[in-house]
Write a protein that binds this ligand. Sequence first.
Ligand SMILES: Cc1ncc(COP(=O)(O)O)c(C=O)c1O
Length: 392
Amino acid sequence: MTDTNIDTGTDVETEHGTTETEPADTGVSIADPELGTDALQRVQSVLESGMLADGPEVRAFEKSFAAYCGADRAVATSNGTTALHAALEAVGLEDGDAVITSPFSFVASANAIRLAGGTPVFADIDPETYTLDPADVERVLGERDDIVGLVPVHLYGLAADMNALRSIADDHELFVVEDACQAHGAVVDGDRVGALGDAACFSFYPTKNMTTGEGGMITTDRDDVADRAASFVNHGRDVGDGGSYEHVDLGHNYRLTSLAAAIGRAQLDRLPEFNRTRREHAAYYDDQLDALPLQTPTEPAGYRHVYHQYTVCTAERDALAATLDDHDVDTGIYYETPIHHQPAYETVSTAAATLPNAERAAETVLSLPVHPNLSEHDRRVVVEAVQDHFHS
Ligand SMILES: Cc1ncc(COP(=O)(O)O)c(C=O)c1O
């Protein structure tokens, strides 16, 4: 056997930053980033320019991403977590301030509040949308008088109930920072996420609806928030007239590279097509899985879901995942442990809450492959595997 016949497998990225080795030819994968020659050409131009770190490519990416979201300003960051951290600093979160967020999310949603010196407080989710339940947010606000802001998470590609949450925020004078890391292009009542609060944060991790490898973005209509965030991600530099070694505040190096921005500009051009394809796959699953005893994703009236994940819900979750695995279909569980039960939250006193909807979701959700590179054959294989599980 020659080397070329040796099946060595490939390293694949899982949803949140770990790498697993997967044997080659594995059937249907849960994520498969699509990077075309357009990205390659833009990266080559940046390499040839010699300007690899911050620079005009990053400014151009910020400008086009803000325009896409319908926001006035955007600040690029090194990833979604640093976007959230910088946005929370920029809206004025102070040490010890309490912020309500979702317990059913990637841990970074709550970690960012802690990194900014705040205390995450969890309200329960709606069992159909998996996003923050405004009624439970009201319950928490009735029990505490130290809440200064909300971090709703647009989970799986579906925006949270922003009309209700914004009205609660207005009544209680709270800031709103959208965690839009999974929802590039999602819409509520004609408006894209990204300009529905004081700031919004996006991730460009490879499994997301668009990628830059690692990367993030803050969008906002508020100049003061954009200026503070731009300074915070760049060593607290004076973003006004001060020289580049004038540091007006404490800051980090949370900048995006020009190489990543070049990929981002090419990906942003293709985001509408990516999201359209995700929605076509989702419509096919909705139709084909309709008669089966599982809960399929909901798309409330006025919302446009962009299906970062196509997540079903069933009490037979683990058995269904095993059947799909037998058919070489990858699945994902996002998230098996709600944030308030994570070991890193044992010492966070506000994590001791009972949040039944989040806990039930953690035991029952399963995400099926819905990425734009799925072929019609792939998605038929997925459906047949799910049907096989429930019919045998
Ligand atoms: C809901 C949510 N928030 C925050 C993040 C953090 O983004 P990143 O992995 O780019 O730091 C992610 C990404 O994985 C996410 O899914």
